[in-house]
Design a protein around this ligand. Sequence first.
Ligand code: PLP
Length: 386
Amino acid sequence: MSSLDEALAPELERLQVGTLYRHVRRLEPADGPRAVLDGRSVLIFGSNDYLGLAREPRVVDAARKAAAEWGSGATGSRLTTGCFGLHADLEQEIAALKGTEDALLFGSGYLAAVGTIPALAGKGDLILSDALNHACLIDGCRLSRAEVRVYRHGDAAHARELLADGASFRRRLLVTDGVFSMDGDLAPLEALQEFCEETDTWLMVDDAHGTGVLGATGAGTAEHLGLSGQVPIQMGTLSKALGAEGGFIAGSRVLIDYLRNRARSFIFSTAPVPATVAAARAALRFVREEPERHTRLREISQRMRQSLRELGFQVPSGDTPIVPVIVGEASRALRLAEGLEERGVWVPAIRPPTVPEGTARLRVSLNASHTDADLERALAAFHALR
Ligand SMILES: *Cc1c(COP(=O)(O)O)cnc(C)c1O
C-alpha cells in the first residue's frame, strides 16, 4: 500500500464501523419520478426536482436546442470568452423572478456561496451564521477569514445577542438558508430582517430549496413570508426546482456589478454550459405560467406529512416539500431506508455529520409529478415498517 492509501484506509474503516460510511448508488433512468436502482425499478422520494421539471419534455428540448446552437460548453469564464446572450437573458429572468435589479450566474449554488461571502466580508468583519446552515455557507464563511459567530438554529434573539459588540466590526453580514435542507423548516426572516436593518447588518439568504417552490409566484421564502424586496442578497440554485444546474445571486445593480469583479468563483471558473442555461430558462417559464405545479406540490406535501404522522412517525410540521422522518440512530435510519427500498421506494437516510448526532432521519422529498398512486405506494411501505 502507498503511504497515501495507508493513511486513508483506517479512516474509511472507522466510518464503516460507525455505519457512517457512504457510497454512491448508480441509477439508470426510468419514467417520471422513478429510476432503476441495482436492477430494480424504484419510486424516488429523495430528489430535489420538486416541480418535476428535470424530465419535462419541453425543458429537455430547450437544452437540446441550445447545445445544437451554442455548443456543448461555454468555452471560458464569463469575463473572458464565455458570456453568451443566453446567460445574460437568464440573469434578467432571475432578477425578474426575485424582484431585484440584477442577478449573477455561477457554475453552481455552492460556487455562488463560496464566491460571494468572502467577497463581502473579510478580516475585521463579523458574520452571523445559523447553526444548521448548508455546508456551502459554512465554507464561504471559513474562506472569508471574518469572525464567524454561530447562532442557535432559527433563533433570531440569539443572533441579536451575538451582535451585541457588532459596532466594533467594520461590516456585519448575516447568512442563513431560507428553507433548511435537512429539516424543511424556514428561517425566521421577518425577525432577522428587522434587526439586520436596525443594526446595519447585511442579510444574505440561500434559498436553494425555496426558489420556484414557495411564494405566490415561486420567488421563494422571502415572498412566502411577505418580505419581497427586503432581502438584499438573495442566493439560489438552478439545480433544484428548476431541474438544471448553476447558482445565482440576485440583488442591486451595485452588488451584482461588485460580485462580477470580486467573486473569485465567478471570475476563475467556466460559465455554465448553454444546455443547462436554456433548461433553466424553460423551467422558469413553467414557474411563471403553470402555478398548478406548485399547488399540487403543496397539496401532496401536506398529505404526506399528515399521513406519516398518522402512521406514528415523528414528522415536524412545515410548509415545504421536504418531509423529514426523524428516527434517531443512524443504524435505524439505514434499516428503514433498506426496507423501503426492498418495497420499491427510494428515500435517502440522512446521518451525522450531515445532521446532529441522534437525529438521523429519512428525508422524504415530494415531486409535483408524484401521482396519488405513488403516494399510496410509499405510505404502504412505511406502514409495513412501522
Ligand atoms: C443544494 C444546496 C446548495 C448547493 O447548490 P448546488 O447548485 O447543488 O451547488 C446550496 N445551499 C443549499 C441550502 C442547498 O440545499
